[in-house]
Design a binder for this molecule. Structure first.
Ligand SMILES: [Zn+2]
Length: 136
């Protein structure tokens, strides 16, 4: 998805408790690049990239030279914008129509066990899928 948008993604050693960055990058086709903390779990890195893509799509006019997201997905942007990026990031990785259809395949009722199976299928964390299924 990032590639299709012309956003370069780099796996990097970021400071502890920093999950990702969205920075201006003249060499990138979109003018932006994402750096993701390579020391975090793969599913976590995937969500961070989706979160930064969401910032690019929604907030790129507000980020100046760039932003940095903590492990709680907080940055210099407002909490409302962070919540928007979390929502869109979740939609990108777990589109609602798809999640509803797949949940039906498993009987239509969300349980922690179903969340675990679906998390694997969508390559997201069990926590992220649990929230998506309303188990939060
Ligand atoms: Zn953020």
């Amino acid at each position: 998805m990032a590639r299709a948008l012309g956003i370069e993604v780099k796996s990097a050693t970021l400071r502890p408790r920093i999950s990702g960055q969205l920075q201006r990058s003249p060499d990138s086709p979109s003018g932006f690049r994402i750096r993701v903390n390579r020391h975090e779990a793969a599913t976590r890195q995937r969500f961070t990239i989706a979160h930064e893509i969401a910032h690019y799509l929604l907030h790129r006019d507000y980020i100046g030279d760039g932003i940095e997201d903590s492990i709680l997905y907080r940055s210099t942007l407002s909490d409302a914008r962070e919540a928007e990026a979390n929502r869109l990031g979740a939609q990108l990785l777990m589109p609602e129509k798809s999640v509803i259809r797949v949940l039906r395949e498993y009987g239509g009722i969300a349980t922690p066990e179903i969340a675990r199976i679906m998390a694997e299928r969508y390559d997201v964390s069990e926590v992220a899928m649990g929230i998506r299924l309303g188990l939060g």
